[in-house]
Ligand binder design. Structure first.
Ligand SMILES: [Zn+2]
Length: 383
C-alpha cells in the first residue's frame, strides 16, 4: 500500500462536486493501479489510473563518466544496444541474433517503464546536449538514463536466464569493465573482474589468491620488421562442433594470410580498453615479428602468440580472448583463467614507437631513469 495523500486533491466528487481525498491506493508498479477517493460528504468512488511510460524518443542516454565537463546525451537506440550485445556475443559464440533481439526488447521495455533503472527528468544542460548532437531546435528528450545504468540493467535481464551465464560474463568483460572513459573506473586487472564475478555468481569458489609479484617488464619497439616479412599462408584446422574421431590430414586447409582480418580480431579483443589502438598495434607487431622467417604458419601459432602477448598487455582483453579461443562454456573456467593470472602473471609488455625509443636512448646517457625506460628488448618468443 502506498501512503494515501492526506490533503484534498483536485479531483472533484462526481456526485456533489466537492474536492475529494484519496483514502486507498494500490502499488503503482504494474502500470495500472487503483485509488479510492472520498469527498467531505462521504461519497466514495474509485479511479483506475495508469502510470505513463516514457516513449523511445523521450529518453536520452547520458554517456561517459562524471568527469566530463559537458554531458554527452544521445537518444536511446535499440539498434545501438543490439549492436553492443552482438559485440559481446562475438566473444561468447553462443548468443544468436534472436536472443540478442529478445534481450534488447526486454531491456528497452524496462527502461521505458523505469523498472530497475532510474529515469531522471532531463535538466537544461542535458537538453542542450541533445540539441547539439541532433541539431534539433526542440528535442523531444524529457528523461535521461546513465549508460552505466543500462549496462547494469542488461546484466539483470541476462541474470534471469540460466543459458545466458557465459554471454553475461563476456558482456561484463566488454562493457562493465571498459576502462577507456574518463571519469569511469572500469577494470584494469583480473582482481576487479573476480570481485564482480563472485558477487554475480555466488556459487563459485569465492577465494581470490594474492597476486604473485609480476616479473619485470619487457619493452618492445614497434616496427622492427617490415610487413613483407609477415607470413603469407596459414594452415587452418577445421573444427568439428561434435566430438568425433581425431582430425585427419584432410581436416586442414591452407589459405592466404589475411592481415586485415587478423588485425580486426586483435582490435576486437581490445575494444573499449584504455590505449586500445597502441596496444593492438603493438600486439600485432610483436606476434608477427616473432613469426618472421616462417612463410607458412598455423592458426594455432597465431592464436598462441596473440594470447601470450595479450596476457602481458591487458588482462581483461586477455580474458575475452582466452574465453573465445579456448571455447569456454562455463563461468568457472573463466574464473580459473583469471585466478591463473594472479598465480602466474606474465611479464608486462610495453610498447614504444621508433621515435619514443630513440628519445629514450638519447636521454639514457645522462638520466638513470631514462636508461631503465629504454632497456632494449631482452628476448622474445619464437612462436
Ligand atoms: Zn460528494
Amino acid at each position: 500500500m502506498v501512503t494515501p495523500s492526506k490533503g484534498l486533491t483536485g479531483m472533484s466528487c462526481p456526485r456533489c462536486g466537492k474536492k475529494t481525498r484519496i483514502t486507498r491506493s494500490s502499488e503503482p508498479t504494474l502500470g495500472t493501479f487503483e485509488r479510492e477517493r472520498k469527498c467531505p460528504d462521504g461519497h466514495t468512488f474509485r479511479t483506475f489510473e495508469e502510470v505513463r511510460t516514457a516513449t523511445l524518443k523521450e529518453v536520452g542516454v547520458r554517456a561517459g563518466g562524471d568527469g566530463a565537463a559537458l554531458p554527452t546525451v544521445h537518444p536511446l537506440s535499440p539498434a545501438r544496444l543490439q549492436e553492443e550485445l552482438a559485440r559481446a556475443a562475438f566473444f561468447s559464440g553462443v548468443g544468436d541474433q534472436l536472443e540478442i533481439r529478445e534481450i534488447t526488447t526486454e531491456a528497452v521495455a524496462r527502461i521505458l517503464r523505469g523498472e530497475g533503472i532510474r529515469l531522471q527528468i532531463a535538466d537544461r544542460e542535458e537538453i542542450l546536449a541533445v540539441r547539439r548532437s541532433l541539431r534539433q531546435v526542440h528535442p523531444s528528450v524529457r528523461f535521461t538514463v546513465r549508460d552505466t545504468d543500462i549496462i547494469d540493467l542488461i546484466d539483470s535481464v541476462m541474470e534471469d536466464h540460466e543459458r545466458l551465464r557465459m554471454p553475461r560474463v563476456l558482456y561484463a568483460l566488454v562493457f562493465a569493465g571498459r576502462n577507456d572513459r574518463e571519469g569511469r573506473k572500469g577494470w584494469d586487472r583480473a582482481e576487479q573482474f573476480l570481485v564482480w564475478l563472485h558477487k554475480s555468481f555466488q556459487t563459485l569458489d569465492q577465494d581470490i589468491p594474492l597476486r604473485v609479484a609480476t616479473p619485470r617488464a619487457l619493452f618492445w619497439r614497434i616496427g622492427t620488421i617490415a610487413p613483407d616479412s609477415y607470413p603469407s599462408r596459414v594452415i587452418k584446422r577445421r573444427f568439428s562442433s561434435k566430438r568425433g574421431p581425431a582430425p585427419s590430414r584432410n581436416d586442414s586447409r591452407i589459405a592466404d594470410f589475411n592481415f586485415p582480418q587478423y588485425e580486426r580480431s586483435v582490435q576486437r579483443f581490445l575494444f573499449a580498453r584504455q590505449d586500445a589502438a597502441r596496444k593492438a598495434e603493438g600486439v600485432i607487431d610483436f606476434v608477427l615479428t616473432s613469426l618472421a622467417g616462417q612463410d607458412v604458419v598455423t592458426t594455432s601459432q597465431l592464436a598462441f602468440g596473440t594470447l601470450a602477448a595479450l596476457r602481458r598487455v591487458d588482462e581483461i582483453a586477455y580474458l575475452r580472448a582466452a574465453s573465445t579461443t579456448k571455447r569456454f562454456l562455463d563461468v568457472s573456467s573463466v574464473r580459473d583463467e583469471a585466478v591463473g593470472l594472479l598465480r602466474h602473471p606474465s611479464p608486462r609488455l610495453e610498447f614504444r614507437t621508433k621515435e619514443e625509443w630513440q628519445a629514450g636512448a638519447a636521454s639514457a646517457g645522462n638520466d638513470r631513469k631514462g636508461a631503465r625506460a629504454s632497456t632494449p628488448v631482452m628476448s622474445y618468443l619464437r612462436l
